[in-house]
Design a protein around this ligand. Structure first.
Ligand SMILES: [Zn+2]
Length: 247
C-alpha cells in the first residue's frame, strides 16, 4: 500500500456530486437494492465518468488498486460501503479505486473503533504507520507497536479485511518489487558516488507496490542494502526519506 494524494475535482464535477448526494438524501433509499440501483443508474453518466478519470490519475500510470497495489483497479470503490452508508455514496472523499478481489474481500464489512474506521484509507494516512512487510516471505501484516506492546489495531483490521497476509500472488508481487528496489540501491552503492535524485527516480519507477515507504522507514533501515545506504550515505538517505514522505 502507498499514500495516495487526493486531487480536487473540477467545480462542475464537484457540484454534480453534491447534487446527486442531495437527491439521494432527499429520496432516502429502501435497502441495499435501492442503493445499488441508484449507483448503477449514475455510474455511466458524465460526472461519474469524470470522477473515475480523476481516480485513475491518482492511482498512477499503471492504475493499480489503491488497497493492494497488486492488481489493476477495475472500479470505483466506496470506502464507507454504500449500502449501510448511503449518505456517503456520492461524496468525493469517500471514493477510491480498487480491484475486484479487494472489493470482494471487503464487501460491506467496515469495522469501526467508535466512529472511526479501522480500515486504512490511503488517501488520508500513511499505510506503513499501521502495516509491516516481511522481506523474506513478501507478506504484508499488521505493524507491531512497541510502545503499546501490541499490533496496530488498524493494521490488524486492514490485513484481515483485505486478506493481505493470505494472498499468495500478492506476496509474490511484493517480493518482486522489493527485489527490484534492493537491486537499484545495491547498484548505486557499487558506484560509490550517489546522486540522490537519480537514485530516487529509479526507485520510484520500480516501486509498483508502494514499498518505498517501508524500505525507508526504521523497519526497512534494518535490512541490507537499505541499512548500508543509511550508514554510508546519510545525506542521500535523508533526502530519500524526506521526498518519500512528501509523496
Ligand atoms: Zn486490490
Amino acid at each position: 500500500m502507498r499514500r495516495v494524494v487526493r486531487e480536487a475535482l473540477d467545480p462542475q464535477t464537484a457540484e454534480a456530486r453534491a447534487r446527486r448526494q442531495a437527491d439521494a438524501d432527499r429520496d432516502g433509499e429502501v435497502g441495499a437494492c435501492g442503493v445499488a440501483a441508484r449507483w448503477k443508474a449514475a455510474r455511466q453518466t458524465n460526472d461519474l465518468l469524470a470522477v473515475h478519470a480523476v481516480l485513475k490519475r491518482m492511482a498512477g500510470p499503471r492504475e493499480r488498486c489503491m488497497y493492494c497495489l497488486d492488481s489493476h483497479a477495475t472500479d470505483i470503490e466506496h470506502f464507507w460501503p454504500k449500502a449501510p452508508y448511503p449518505e456517503r455514496m456520492f461524496v468525493w472523499l469517500n471514493l477510491l479505486l480498487s480491484c475486484a478481489e479487494c472489493g470482494r474481500f471487503k464487501g460491506e464489512r467496515f469495522p469501526l473503533d467508535g466512529r472511526a474506521p479501522l480500515l486504512v484509507d490511503p488517501t488520508v494516512e500513511d499505510p506503513w504507520q499501521f502495516l509491516d512487510f516481511e522481506p523474506r516471505t513478501g507478506i504484508v501484516m499488521a505493524r507491531y507497536d512497541d510502545v503499546a506492546g501490541q499490533q496496530e489495531p488498524k493494521g490488524v483490521a486492514t490485513v484481515d479485511l483485505l486478506q493481505l497476509n493470505q494472498r499468495e500472488a500478492l506476496s509474490h508481487g511484493y517480493l518482486r518489487t522489493y527485489s527490484r528496489l534492493r537491486a537499484a540501491v545495491e547498484g548505486s552503492l557499487t558506484t560509490g558516488v550517489l546522486d540522490a535524485s537519480r537514485l530516487l527516480h529509479g526507485l520510484r519507477a520500480a516501486d509498483d507496490h508502494g514499498l518505498l515507504g517501508w524500505c525507508f522507514s526504521e523497519r526497512g533501515a534494518q535490512e541490507a542494502p537499505f541499512k548500508d545506504l543509511r550508514a554510508r550515505h546519510r545525506q542521500v538517505w535523508d533526502h530519500c526519506v524526506n521526498e518519500i514522505a512528501r509523496g
